[in-house]
Design a protein around this ligand. Structure first.
Ligand code: HEM
Length: 493
């Protein structure tokens, strides 16, 4: 017994000494970069809001500028919100590589597209690009429309029963259904409560990411059990879908469809089942979470702004004629109609400005390098803080005000502040607005996301008067989401 205790203390001491030396050596490297003083062994963790570290970066940027260092235990992270510096880092593909959050590795989600870089990332991204061409994505329009109508009906049913609906979690079901149609050519009716383990998995991944982000990788708590069980179920579900479809295609090769799974299974250099499962899982995670949170944030923001709501209703009424009823939920009928939704597009863009779900991107140096005149060793981490840029008073007038007008394409309404003079109006959007990121890792699914957002929100606001019942706080898990948005609805008259 005594021996076990002594070995434990010896291992802990060796670990602490190792961490201390790491801290001291990083500290000498970072000494010229401003930032809050770190404390060994926690760094600046005590100054971090565990529910929304994006806001900490904003606050610290007011004090320390557009490049500062923040300590995650004994590891420094250089947080940059200077648009030119972000561009420089992103474009330097030989040095700066995409890794997932540095404490979240293969154990949590596997080798998904947004967690890898280098030749293997390039090969997999190139393979997927063709499926994301607009013609292929547009073929999902009937599914998106049908899910939007279904979502509207369920919301009405819930309200008739006197139930409030938590719109963020509800939208997760809708966007998962759409992404599965895209991935494997079927929906699983998750919005109606089927295959709940997939939603459980997403919630558990979010909690796991949150815990690891504050260094609690080994804490034995019940959420871990939920994470491992739902993760096992999700992986075996995906493997079975892959096996079944491979068998169907073997029996009937002409049944090949436009789904991503069929494309991957019939590709001349076919990946292993595990690699295909990784691709499907990555696309499932990246493809529904971000979009559902944006839907929920938009409902929340529009619900709080009567003038925005009035303009939005005026536009959807002009584009989608008719009076809705329970048996006749109205929606977009053609892709042409979508192009007429100018104000809704501005609402979505403004939602993505103020609440970008993926508002920071970490990159790691694969070799010694320099940045803004500082020499940095291999393994330095920089965080491209796009959330900070999109909320910066240096670039946006009244940055914390939700004002879709700033995205209407008339220069008098294009309410950017200094950014216009700094970058010129043409390029300003690219420089200080990057909810889908820029460069080689920019979101592969942005066209799909915008299509889903437009059809879903147009359908909701055409048919429903929506009441939001609570003040909402953000919560950063795998992406930034609204913690809880409770709504009830009434059919519009
Ligand atoms: C409003 C919705 C969405 C937003 C705001 C969003 C945002 C982003 C951002 C910022 C990145 C870069 C992340 C980084 O490298 O740090 C990204 C990457 C990615 N997104 Fe999206 N996304 C959305 C919807 C989608 C959809 C619908 C899909 C499709 C299935 C998708 C698939 C991906 C994938 C696969 C990547 C990784 C790309 C790569 O590394 O090559 N996203 N997204």
């Amino acid at each position: 017994m005594w021996n076990v205790a002594t070995s434990g203390v010896a291992i802990a001491s060796a670990w602490a000494i190792h961490q201390f030396f790491k801290f001291v050596s990083w500290k000498s490297v970072m000494r010229k970069i401003p930032g809050p003083p770190p404390f060994f062994p926690i760094g600046n963790i005590h100054q971090m809001d565990p529910e929304n570290s994006f806001d900490d970066y904003v606050k610290l940027s007011f004090v320390y500028g557009e490049m500062f260092v923040f300590w995650f235990f004994s590891r420094p992270i250089i947080v940059i919100s200077d648009p030119a510096l972000i561009r420089e880092v992103i474009q330097n593909k030989d040095v700066w590589h995409r890794k997932f959050f540095f404490e979240v590795d293969d154990e949590v989600i596997g080798k998904v597209l947004f967690a890898i870089d280098g030749p293997s990332w390039k090969e997999r991204r190139t393979r997927l690009n063709s499926s994301f061409r607009s013609q292929n994505v547009n073929s999902l329009f009937p599914t998106i429309r049908e899910r939007a109508v279904k979502a509207t009906s369920i919301l009405i049913e819930n309200s008739k029963k006197g139930k409030q609906t938590e719109i963020d979690n509800f939208m997760v079901g809708a966007t998962m259904d759409i992404i599965f149609q895209f991935l494997v050519g079927k929906t699983f009716d998750i919005i109606s409560g089927k295959k709940d383990f997939l939603k459980d998995y997403m919630n558990a991944v979010s909690i796991e990411v949150m815990l690891r982000n504050v260094g609690l990788k080994y804490l034995p708590i019940p959420s871990r059990i939920k994470f491992f069980t739902s993760s096992m179920k999700t992986h075996s579900f995906l493997k079975k879908v892959i096996r079944d479809r491979a068998k169907e295609l073997q029996d009937e090769p002409t049944s090949v469809s436009d789904s991503i799974l069929d494309m991957l299974l019939t590709h001349p250099s076919r990946l292993s089942d595990q690699e295909i499962a990784d691709d499907l899982l990555g696309l499932m995670i990246a493809g529904h979470d971000t979009t559902s949170h944006t839907m929920a944030w938009a409902v929340y923001e529009v619900g709080r702004k009567k003038d925005v709501l009035a303009k939005l209703k005026e536009e959807v009424d002009a584009v989608i004629p008719g009076i809705p009823s329970v048996d006749n939920i109205l929606s977009i009928d053609s892709l042409d109609q979508i192009n007429k939704l100018t104000y809704l597009t501005a609402v979505i863009k403004e939602t993505l400005r103020i609440w970008p779900p993926a508002g920071s991107s970490p990159l790691t140096a694969t070799q010694d390098t320099t940045l803004a005149g500082h020499s940095l060793p291999k393994d330095t981490v920089v965080m491209c803080a796009t959330y900070t840029i999109q909320r910066s008073p240096m670039h946006w007038k009244n940055p914390l005000t939700f004002n879709p007008d700033r995205f209407l394409e008339t220069s008098s309404n294009y309410q950017l502040a200094d950014a216009v003079s700094n970058f010129g109006e043409q390029s300003v959007k690219e420089q200080v607005y990057m909810p889908f990121l820029i460069g080689r890792h920019a979101c592969i699914g942005q066209h799909l996301a915008m299509l889903e957002l437009k059809v879903m929100l147009a359908t909701l606001f055409k048919n429903l008067d929506i009441t939001v019942h609570n003040e909402v706080k953000p919560l950063l898990g795998i992406t930034l989401k609204p913690k809880e948005v409770l709504v009830s609805v009434k059919l519009r008259e």
